[in-house]
Design a protein around this ligand. Structure first.
Ligand code: MG
Ligand code: ZN
Length: 211
């Protein structure tokens, strides 16, 4: 495992250098299957198009379903199928980027494979990571999967409109997140109601300009 991560880190460092040279900021978007990553991305892109030049890399085990959703928005998208692999690694990103004109981009968003474990362990050369945690997953997840929350610049508490139907405690989730990662930025969003999306995209826009 150590050797695999070492080799990955080397390629990730190359990616990071390449991204910096091209002036593109890269976000690694992570979270469980069904947390709403792709839906959040659709809503985010709708707000960013026209303000930033954006492209997307979609990581999935199988199918191009998510990439098709992004393509419908008129945003350049590349699908990576890991054929069962539970995370994206730096080499996959390097290969996908060979077909993108990075110089013509401001922001590249990578939607990782749905998983709270190894996507956090594999550096892909991104500028920052974001984790999406939906209300229906439970407020115990930050303490159960601490690495992904420690590694992420922001946590998006998604499907906040479902709060009345669950026993998710936002205060305790926020407290656990802040204990794990004192500077983590926390957003509360609902993609079906449009709640919290302005704050989230404003933060992302600023990250894309300042990173
Ligand atoms: Mg998805
Ligand atoms: Zn994995």
């Amino acid at each position: 495992m150590k050797n695999i991560l070492g080799a990955n880190d080397e390629i990730a460092a190359h990616n990071r250098e390449h991204f910096a040279k091209c002036g593109v900021v890269v976000m690694n978007l992570m979270g469980s299957p069904g947390s709403g990553k792709t839906t959040l991305l659709e809503q985010t892109l709708a707000q960013l198009v026209g303000k930033l030049r954006v492209a997307v890399i979609e990581g999935d085990l199988f199918t191009a379903k998510d990439a098709e959703r992004i393509d419908r928005l008129g945003v350049d998208v590349i699908q990576i199928n890991t054929a069962g692999g539970c995370h994206l690694d730096a080499a996959m990103i390097q290969k996908a980027c060979a077909t993108l004109d990075l110089d013509a981009l401001d922001l590249l968003i990578v939607e990782n494979v749905g998983n709270l474990v190894c996507p956090a362990e594999f550096d892909i050369g991104e500028n920052f990571k974001v984790v999406v945690l939906s209300i229906t997953e439970g407020d115990d997840k930050p303490l159960k999967y601490p690495l992904i929350f420690k590694e992420s610049a922001a946590a998006v508490l998604n499907k906040i409109d479902l709060l009345p139907f669950t026993n998710f405690n936002v205060q305790s989730a926020r407290a656990d997140l802040s204990t794990l990662h004192p500077t983590i930025k926390i957003f509360e969003t609902s993609c079906t109601r449009g709640t919290g999306l302005d704050d989230w995209t404003a933060w992302l826009l600023e990250k894309a300009v300042r990173s």
